[in-house]
Write a protein of this length. Sequence first.
Length: 142
Amino acid sequence: MSTTSIVPRTWKRRIAGIVSATLIAITGAAVTGLAAPTPAHAATCTSYNYSYGGNGTCVSYIQTLLNWQPGIDLAVDGAYGNLTRQAVVARQTSWRYWDSSVVVDGIVGPRTWAYLCSPYYYGTGPAQSYPFAVARAAGCRV
């Protein structure tokens, strides 16, 4: 091999090594291609809004968390249908009684998620029956 073909590769390797070492020092993680978001910054169900017509695992979490609320008994099927919407509107209406920032629109957005993610019922402390595992899976910080 000639010297001219070795030199560029050596410099490229050195530069790549310096860049990688710098990124590892800054982020604390090795970078290979595009790095995936860390779990602490990964999007969760609570990062999105859900409404009529939606479906999936996050809607199942919403239904489970709604079922913990008094007077609600939804089938946990992962489909945001009419009954799920009615349950969301009913809870939003009751929460609005204490908190005027709650909008009664049937959409599970940031304010509704905040209430669904709360294991406290009327300020009496965490309820033992609260579905903590589901709440954590949805992205609630409980």
